[in-house]
Ligand binder design. Structure first.
Ligand code: MSP
Length: 693
């Protein structure tokens, strides 16, 4: 049997919108999953959403939809966050999934049959946010309710799980397995909690109060308590995908959780499992709290860090991948940490551009000029400096393995970055750019490039769990991704690989432009790299500009500035787009007109109407709008000579801010070069210098 690694994140409450806290646990899970896959282990990575309970029922009512309609829509936001962050989860479990529901009922029935559950009257203070009652000891020890908590005094008959009877067994589990709860100060916290008598756990809600839940199989008038339902996701999640015939993934290797849900995971959960005769998870890792600019995040302060915003803002500097790297680099697992733009900038400039990006571009340049882009072979005998670098790479790999075993991800990254610095020092001391000038030292040059390339390959493999897409791209530039399965041993990079030179993979970030001069001053300011006009990965190429013909048009029902256009985009199909041009263009006047469409924008809803793209227009100094009039066939795309076209999906609008389109001589230009559609220029009546966006 291969080594197996099964990692979980908490399942997120659907009522919340995804923020940096959710992103962090998810990325941590993903990094651990990818790391173990790299080591050749069999991996299952589970994440998902927690969808039952009173708050969801209330929110659905407010939104005027059924709870199921509501959770279908809101849980999608978390799947979208997963796509943004490139999570490699094997399942996205929802507590409304039928297999989960029936498993929860099986476990409840089993506990009922064993006499582990009883019915009793209960009166107490109910915390609506956490969907739980405060126990007497909580209140005695000042653990609640806090000043802003919504609590209700509730008296009702309910079902209880005999949690208290497992107190001794749980204490023993903690004492005998010192690594079961990490970090150790969290273990101490739980042991402290267990010094007080442990009560029983209320596991039901009467349907008269809460209907949006899983019915108790032995009393249909009740639904189960949210935590009882939610925690069992960890067992049910991987059941449909067993690792091998007749085997199970459970028990989990590690549950990743935030510090606020420590008690539910290390007291409620293990006692429930003990009661049901199911093995316990092997480890529980509680991480700290993210703040924003040193302050607690809250909706009322408006400082909640949104992963979609961060990715869009830094789209040209690694975007979501740089954010992943930042999250893992900046938080010491277990402790609190703080997000700031200055922190992101530091990571992008120092770690990514200066350290990693620099090595990559130095080596690529030297291999391109000195060896026609073909990597020379790694010599069997290495000179002093080269063997030192090899030894450093080997020791870093060993140290990273140690740190990752202890989940010390930021330490592992620090260690990894020390390899980056060592490669840069090696390049500085051996100075291949000087060796290249002396034909007599060609062998030395070959050795330096081969050794630094191999060290770089090891570095990239170590970084691949953090930035999987960027690193795949870097390895492709070094001749192919097959270097990855070669993994972490030294000396695997085959010679003769064709390196590609080109634009930097990790560009440096310039200070933000003055927002007053930005084309869209109302929007989230974006940071700029001022890319040169002609280069293969100019951001212009990421945009899928298409000629579109208006089939029909009507006024937007809820926004007086908008028209809703139905467009024919040739091979790219039919599109509906909202355009803010109604102050100057009537719906009728639009029919039959050709326009320039940004066809690969992320879909948006504008006042309830879906918009699948954006129409380009220029505005003059008086603020009048001038539509662009391309002549090509619908579906033909716009290009600029010398710039590669490489549009992806779901483009974020900020990409359009990374360059400026303007009007010159009645035509659309990019940095003075004409933009062509169907081989001809794109006409516009705006005066020279007007910006098109
Ligand atoms: N649904 C429960 C978990 C059930 S698991 C069987 C829940 N959901 S939650 O959406 O409120 O929180 C999910 C996770 O996000 C928790 O681990 C919580 O600690 C984490 N975070 C919420 N805010 C956070 C920060 N500001 N920083 C870091 N993590 C934070 O609890």
């Amino acid at each position: 049997m291969n080594t197996r690694f099964y990692v979980t994140t908490p399942i997120y409450y659907v009522n919340d919108v995804p923020h940096i806290g959710h992103s962090y646990t998810s990325v941590l899970g993903d990094v651990l999953a990818r790391w173990h896959r790299l080591l050749g282990h069999e991996v299952f990575f589970l994440t998902g959403t927690d969808e039952h309970g009173q708050k969801v029922q209330e929110a659905a009512q407010k939104a005027g939809r059924t709870p199921k309609e509501h959770v279908d829509a809101t849980s999608e936001r978390f799947r979208e966050m997963g796509r943004l962050l490139g999570l490699s989860n094997d399942r996205f479990i929802r507590t409304t999934d039928p297999d989960h529901v029936s498993y929860v009922q099986d476990v409840l029935q089993k506990l009922w049959d064993k006499g582990e559950i009883y019915k009793s009257a209960y009166k107490g203070l109910y915390n609506v946010r956490d969907e739980r009652f405060y126990s007497e000891s909580d209140i005695r020890e000042g653990r609640g309710p806090g000043p802003d908590e919504v609590v209700e005094e509730v008296e009702e008959v309910n079902y209880f799980f005999k949690m208290g009877s497992y107190q001794e067994k749980l204490l023993e589990q903690i004492q005998q397995n010192p690594d079961w709860i990490v970090p150790d100060f969290r273990r101490n916290e739980v042991s402290g909690f267990l010094r007080q008598p442990l009560g029983d756990l209320c596991i039901s809600r009467p349907k008269s109060r809460l209907s949006w839940g899983i019915e108790l199989p032995f009393d249909r008038e009740f639904v189960t308590y949210v935590w009882f339902d939610a925690l069992l996701n960890y067992v049910t999640g991987p059941i449909p995908t067993p690792p091998a015939e007749g085997e199970r993934w459970w028990p989990a290797s590690v549950h990743l959780i935030g510090k606020d849900i420590l008690t539910t995971h290390s007291v409620y959960w293990p006692t429930m499992l003990m009661g049901a005769g199911i093995p316990l998870p092997r480890q529980i890792l509680a991480h700290g709290w993210w703040m924003a600019d040193g302050q607690k995040m809250s909706k009322s302060l408006g400082n909640v860090v949104d992963p979609f915003d961060v990715a869009a803002k830094y789209a040209d500097f690694g975007g979501a991948e740089a954010f992943r790297f930042f999250l893992m680099r900046e938080m010491v697992v277990g402790q609190d940490s703080s997000y700031s733009d200055a922190g992101m900038t530091k990571v992008i400039n120092n770690d990514l551009a200066n350290d990693v990006g620099n090595i990559l571009s130095r080596i690529r340049k030297q291999v391109a000029t000195g060896f026609d882009g073909v990597l020379p072979a790694l010599p069997t005998e290495l000179s002093g400096a080269s063997s030192e670098l090899r030894d450093k790479a080997v020791s870093v790999v060993a140290e990273v393995e140690n740190q990752m075993r202890l989940f010390r991800v930021s330490h592992a990254l620090e260690e990894t970055m020390s390899l980056a610095r060592a490669i840069n020092s090696y390049l500085e001391s051996t100075a291949p750019w000087k060796l290249a000038k002396d034909p007599a030292r060609r062998d030395e040059l070959a050795e330096v490039l081969a050794v630094s390339s191999e060290a770089l390959r090891v570095l990239l493999v170590l970084l691949s769990p953090y930035m999987p897409r960027k690193i795949a791209e870097a390895l492709r530039l070094m001749g192919g991704e097959e270097a990855l399965p070669g993994k972490l041993a030294w000396g695997l990079l085959p010679s003769g690989r064709a390196f590609q030179d080109g634009a930097p993979l990790f560009p440096r970030l310039m200070p933000p432009k003055d927002p007053a001069q930005s084309a869209n001053p109302g929007k989230q300011p974006k940071v700029h790299a001022a890319p040169p006009a002609a280069e293969p990965n100019h951001p212009f190429g990421k945009v899928d500009y298409r000629v579109a013909k208006v089939v029909s048009a009507e006024d937007h029902p809820g926004a007086e500035k908008l028209l809703v256009l139905q467009l024919d985009v040739g091979e790219a199909g039919q599109r509906q787009v909202c355009a803010g041009i109604r102050s100057q263009y009537s719906a009728e006047s639009m029919v039959g007109r050709k326009l320039l469409l940004v066809a690969n924008l992320k879909k948006a809803k504008l006042r309830g109407v879906e918009s699948q793209g954006m129409i380009l227009a220029a505005d003059d100094p008086e603020g009048r709008i001038h539509l662009l009039s391309p002549e090509g066939e619908p579906g033909s795309f716009a290009v600029v000579e010398g710039l590669d076209r490489m549009p992806g999906q779901n483009l974020l609008i900020d990409t359009l801010d990374a360059f400026e389109l303007s009007i010159s001589g009645g035509r659309l230009v990019l940095d003075g070069k004409p933009v062509l559609a169907g081989g001809v220029g794109i006409l516009c009546q705006a005066p020279d210098g007007a910006k098109a966006h």
